[in-house]
Design a protein. Structure first.
Length: 433
């Protein structure tokens, strides 16, 4: 379904077809959609990225962490705002060593996320003399998981003597494992959580979850989204009648029905609904209702989505030459086009950092006439130097002083060659030092 819908994005028109005409290349493929805000699940992002690569179509993910996605030969148009699992595996090793654990069992889902993360951790554990007594794999899809599969995994844990158990899987899988752990009365273990479930409210709200033992984990950075908390409060004080997401939330929380309830109820397969008889419009939305709404939101992934959308907005802002008042209205540019913005690499000599609207990110702009830069934050004026090659003034004489005749000859020959070779730098605009 994801691939089918993405095909509509890359078409040049908003056609109802799901196929693109064959072309020799897609450099000039100018669709209405310019970029895809991707999924958080790595396996979905990888499937989509393989398709979008053909069309030179960018995808930015707020949550896909699989390290293979960093391979630009396979996923050349994929970008993300979260670190790869390679960094997470290194951080997990540091955590294990900080607690002086010498034996760690590993449970992972059979998805791309679980396979890559667990294999990277096991490899690093071996290098650091950390014992891995057992490794278990579990089906990632709840439809494929069986009770016997989960039961056997918990039996393995019960019969082992590890100091900690690392789980590299999604929260729904972890919930099923913990349910079986509590069913078998397996208590007081130490668990290590990957970022996929370390802050999950689905796990923290399980009945008697504290009996499973201690849980340590890693999480993605949470930041402040300007105005978001105020927005959450305002949508409940002044609810928008056309906000279908808010209507769904109110219906589920208060067991009531609204004008759009049948539509979302028929599509919400994971939810257990009753036959609602109360009209949502008769419910008084009080201020104390705001807190449950905020508590239902995963601010970790929300912040990542905010970063992804900000990156998209900044790129479009640059391409449309926007200022504080207006933007160009020319949307006739290909999805692969972008105004280069740098957040990692240093600028080369002859260029200086020009900070963009995104904090800590910048463009590498060429130095102006009569200025130079070694790649720092600013360009500097070239100091006056009395240099006259034809008259042999002091700078040249000083430069050649103390040199042997052979040295002088070779240096003059080198200078002569430089005069006849094309210079890769425009010396009229900048001087690379």
């Amino acid at each position: 379904m994801a691939l089918r819908n993405v095909m509509k994005f890359v078409l040049k028109s908003n056609s109802s077809d799901y196929c693109s005409s064959m072309q020799c290349d897609y450099v000039d493929n100018n669709s209405y959609v310019k970029i895809v805000l991707g999924d958080v699940y790595s396996e979905i992002s990888m499937a989509i990225a393989r398709l979008l690569k053909v069309f030179l179509f960018p995808q930015i993910s707020p949550g896909s962490t699989n390290g293979d996605l960093s391979d630009k030969t396979r996923y050349s148009t994929f970008i993300r705002v979260v670190p790869s699992d390679e960094y997470q595996a290194n951080a997990l090793i540091k955590m294990v060593k900080a607690f002086h654990f010498v034996s760690v069992g590993v449970i992972s889902s059979n998805s791309d996320y679980g396979k890559y993360g667990s294999s990277k951790f096991i490899s690093l554990a071996t290098e650091n003399n950390i014992c891995i007594p057992f490794t278990e794999s579990v089906s990632d899809s709840e439809n494929e998981q069986t009770e016997s599969e989960i039961h056997n995994i918990v039996d393995t844990i019960k019969n082992s003597h590890v100091e900690a158990i690392l789980i590299f899987a999604m929260e729904s899988t972890v919930k099923n494992i913990f349910a079986e752990v509590m069913k078998q009365n397996l208590t007081n273990n130490t668990w290590i959580a990957s970022e996929a479930w370390s802050t999950s409210s689905l796990i923290s709200r399980m009945d008697n979850i504290t009996t499973v033992g201690q849980i340590f984990g890693l999480s993605l950075k949470k930041g402040i989204i300007p105005g978001f908390q105020e927005y959450l409060g305002n949508i409940l004080e002044n609810p928008d009648p056309d906000n279908c997401f808010l209507e769904e939330y109110i219906a589920v929380q208060h067991s009531c029905f609204g004008k759009g309830s049948p539509d979302f109820l028929s599509n919400a397969k994971k939810c257990q609904f009753q036959n609602y008889t109360m009209d949502c419009s008769k419910i008084q939305l009080l201020k104390d209702f705001q807190e449950p709404l905020a508590s239902q939101i995963d601010f970790e992934i929300t912040y990542s989505v905010y970063l992804a959308v900000t990156a998209i907005a900044q790129a479009i802002h640059e391409l449309l030459n926007c200022d504080t008042e207006a933007c160009d209205q020319n949307f006739n540019f290909a999805p692969w086009q972008s105004s280069y913005v740098n957040c990692i690499k240093e600028c080369p000599p002859g260029y200086f950092k020009n900070v963009t609207g995104i904090k800590c990110c910048y463009k590498c702009d060429k130095c102006g006439a009569g200025t130079y830069s070694k790649g720092g934050d600013h360009s500097r004026k070239i100091p006056p130097v009395p240099l006259d090659v034809t008259s042999g003034t002091e700078p040249m004489e000083g430069d050649l002083a103390g040199s042997s005749p052979g040295d002088v000859t070779s240096r003059l020959e080198s200078m002569a060659e430089d005069l006849h070779e094309p210079n890769p730098f425009d010396l009229t605009s900048c001087l690379p030092l």
